[in-house]
Every structure is written in structure tokens, then in C-alpha cells.
Ligand binder design. Structure first.
Ligand SMILES: Cc1ncc(COP(=O)(O)O)c(C=O)c1O
Length: 417
């Protein structure tokens, strides 16, 4: 039986992340991925007691230096969430009406919305049958003379095939934005995601592998020119007064100024407590990821002999950090499908499984906004039979064993019916 102690005491029963524990389920699926460490709690209190600035102070500068070093990026900026990091990237890509942006059909909606809002046309990339992420061959097929940007998502914790995608982008002169929200610390041959493309966008939302008090994000930037624009775009164009002015107070609101034609600046900044926490959390990220990887490997080994169940194929050299644990179930050999399996897992074994992510072009939001057109046959076929297990870094061995026995029993029931 699942262990009640898996459930952190402070987790509430609902949460806008959609991960909130729902009454009646046996396996905890709390609203955040990990309990805070004592060091993380202490640093937030320390900022509350002693920080000189509440925002854009020494902790922001330290967090950005830590992110840059950890990711191996040329430049790193903290932001208040990944959606706004993607918004900053979309602005810096200078896309708009008449441009095309290739985006995976299989990703969370926040990958696409900032680009859709620019007025550019979204062209959906199909998934690759083995890795379940954007297929470089399909990306290349969909490039036209209007294509300006390729957006890739390292979804579920697995790095996308960046060597292939960067080679395509270089050949066609395209920008690359990496959505790293679900893959902090993921890497290919030791090179971290967020350091391949022109921009990398990270999330420290509560449901992510590490969080900065529920919300948070970061943007990595390759070019020095673009990096110079981020502080202004992120904070109303405000910048320090030029030194040596006789009357520093003219104009007295700060120098609101933006170097990109036609762009409104915004406030995408993040407070000092979250930055201080971010620096400490970053030190713990590899350990958290190792725990998630170990849990995932336990499931993969335990399910390896179950007919019809399959997993993402992880290429040699890829560090997949298992933000979620998604499987595919092909029960056609015995006339069953994913929904039959979930009916049993959810109703009989009380496992809060979910089917995610619905291909974005099927959502009315994207269809109404003119982004319903698609040619993604692999994703269309695959999606109907994918699902994820309840997933949380603190699951006990007992809970994991319960999940394993439930999945094994449910498939056996389907086979025998
Ligand atoms: C792939 C992906 N991109 C972007 C986001 C948006 O992140 P945030 O909530 O920090 O804006 C998420 C969050 O779930 C995500 O999973």
C-alpha cells in the first residue's frame, strides 16, 4: 500500500498546476515536485530579515551568475516564469505577421502562446516515433522561405535532438528557441539544454523539478547584442541614469527607453527571496534529478516485460531528467486501448493517472486563432494511447511497489477479459 508519509505535510489539496491531490486517490501526486530543504527555507527567511533590496539586488545578480555557470550559457537572466522568458525570446526573435515559427505539436501550450501572440503563423512539427519529441526530419520538411524560428521543447525531461536541430537551423539561417521548462539539468554528452540554441527558457514553477516559491523562470541568451536588451525589456526599459549628469532627476521616473522598434516593455522581474532560493535550489537540482531518474528506471525495469507498454527511447549520452513519467500502451493485440487501462488504474487501483499533452492543434484556442492546420500523423496516432503515472520525487519504495503491482495487474486483467 502507498505510504501516507510520502505526502508532504504542507501540500494543500488543490493547486493551479493541475497536480493537486484529488480526494480518493491512493498515491500522492502533490502540487509541487519536492519538499524544500532546510537550506532553502533558511535562505528565504534570511532574505526577509536582511536583504537590502526586495527586487533586482545582489541575490538576482548571484542567481543569474549561478544559472549561467550551471547551464553553460553565454548569458542568463532570471524571470518571473517560463512563459515570460518565452515571451522575451519571441520579442528578441523579432517575429511577427508574415513569419512562420515551427513549434512541436506535442508540448505544453505555453511553448506556443507567446509566439502565436506575435501574429506569426505557427507550423506544427510532428513527433519522432522513438524519442516522442519534435522530429528533426519533419522540422526540415516544414521549413519555407517564411520560416524564421524553430522552437523545440525538451518535454517530459528529455533533451530534444539538438545536434540535428542546430545543424538544420544553421543550414537554413534560422533562430532556435529551447523550451527547457521540463528539463532543467538535462544534457546531451554533458552539454546542458539551454546552451544549444539562441535562447533557452526555464521554469521554476511549483510542479517543476525545482521551484522558487511556486513561480519563477529564466532566459538564456546566446548573443551579446540580444543580452544587452533583456534588462530593459524585462523591466519597463528602466535603466540607470547615465553617470555625470548635473541634474540626475531629469527625467525623474528612470530612463524609460527601449531599443527595439515597436516593442512595449513589461515587468517580468522576480523578487530577491525567489532569487536567493533559486541559487540554493540549483545546488540541489542534480540530486533531485538523480532521484527522479532512479525512480523512472525502477518503473522501466519493472514494466519491461509487459506486452504493449513502451517508453521513450533515450539515446546514448542523453541525460533525461524525468519531469514526468509517460508511457505508451498498445493493447490492440487483445482489443484494448489506453482508456481501458486507465479505467482500471484509476477506478480500481486509485492511481491518479493522466493523459497529457493533448496535441495543441486540437485545442479550440489554437484552432480559433488560425493554428489548427497540421500534418502530424505520428503524434495523432501515438497520443491516443499515451498516459502518465502519478509522479513525485518523494515516493517511497512502498508506493513505487504499489504502482508497479497495480499496472501489472491492470494489464493482466485486460489481457484475460
Ligand atoms: C514545456 C513547458 N513550457 C512552458 C511552461 C510554462 O512555465 P511557467 O509556468 O513557468 O510559465 C511549462 C509549464 O508547465 C511547460 O511545461
Amino acid at each position: 500500500m502507498p505510504n501516507e508519509q510520502d505526502q508532504p505535510k504542507t501540500v494543500k489539496t488543490d493547486d493551479a498546476s493541475g497536480r493537486g491531490t484529488v480526494a480518493g486517490f491512493k498515491v500522492p501526486f502533490p502540487g509541487r515536485m519536492q519538499p524544500y530543504t532546510e537550506e532553502e527555507i533558511n535562505v528565504v527567511v534570511e532574505v526577509m530579515r536582511n536583504a537590502e533590496a526586495q527586487t533586482q539586488g545582489a541575490y538576482l545578480r548571484q542567481f543569474e551568475a549561478d544559472l549561467k555557470a550551471y547551464i553553460g550559457a553565454n548569458h542568463a537572466f532570471a524571470a518571473n516564469n517560463c512563459t515570460n522568458a518565452l515571451t522575451l525570446a519571441s520579442i528578441l526573435c523579432r517575429v511577427g505577421p508574415g513569419d512562420e515559427v515551427i513549434i512541436p505539436g506535442y508540448t505544453f501550450c505555453a511553448t506556443a502562446i507567446p509566439f502565436g501572440k506575435t501574429g506569426a503563423k505557427i507550423v506544427w512539427a510532428d513527433m519522432d516515433r522513438d524519442g516522442w519529441l519534435a522530429d528533426p526530419n519533419d522540422i526540415e520538411r516544414k521549413i519555407t522561405e517564411r520560416t524564421k524560428v524553430i522552437v523545440v521543447t525538451h518535454l517530459l525531461g528529455m533533451p530534444a535532438n539538438m545536434p540535428a536541430i542546430m545543424a538544420i537551423a544553421e543550414e537554413h539561417g534560422l533562430l532556435v528557441v529551447e523550451d527547457c521548462a521540463q528539463c532543467p539539468g538535462g544534457s546531451i554528452d554533458g552539454k546542458k539544454v539551454g546552451s544549444f540554441g539562441d535562447f533557452g527558457c526555464f521554469s521554476f514553477h511549483g510542479a517543476k523539478n525545482k521551484t522558487t516559491l511556486g513561480e519563477g523562470g529564466a532566459l538564456t541568451v546566446r548573443s551579446d547584442e540580444d543580452a544587452a536588451l533583456v534588462p530593459g525589456l524585462r523591466h519597463y526599459g528602466a535603466r540607470p541614469y547615465p553617470p555625470g549628469r548635473e541634474r540626475y532627476w531629469v527625467p525623474c521616473m528612470g530612463n524609460v527607453d527601449i531599443d527595439i522598434e515597436g516593442v512595449w516593455p513589461n515587468n517580468f522581474t522576480v523578487g530577491e527571496a525567489q532569487c536567493a532560493l533559486g541559487s540554493v535550489a540549483l545546488k540541489d537540482l542534480d540530486r533531485t534529478n538523480d532521484t527522479l531518474i532512479a525512480q523512472a528506471m525502477k518503473y522501466r525495469a519493472a514494466f519491461a516485460d509487459i506486452p504493449g507498454l513502451s517508453f521513450q527511447k533515450i539515446p546514448e549520452g542523453y541525460r533525461h531528467v524525468f519531469h514526468t513519467f509517460v508511457m505508451h500502451f498498445d493493447g490492440s493485440a487483445f482489443g484494448k486501448d489506453r482508456n481501458d487501462l486507465l479505467d482500471i488504474l484509476i477506478n480500481e487501483y486509485k492511481l491518479r493517472c493522466i493523459a497529457q499533452y493533448y496535441p495543441l492543434y486540437h485545442y479550440p484556442l489554437f484552432q480559433k486563432l488560425g493554428a489548427g492546420e497540421h500534418a502530424c500523423p505520428v503524434l495523432d496516432e501515438w497520443w491516443n494511447n499515451s498516459f502518465s503515472l502519478p509522479w513525485y520525487v518523494g515516493h517511497s519504495d512502498e508506493t513505487i511497489d504499489y504502482v508497479i503491482s497495480a499496472v501489472r495487474a491492470a494489464v493482466a486483467t485486460l489481457k484475460s477479459e
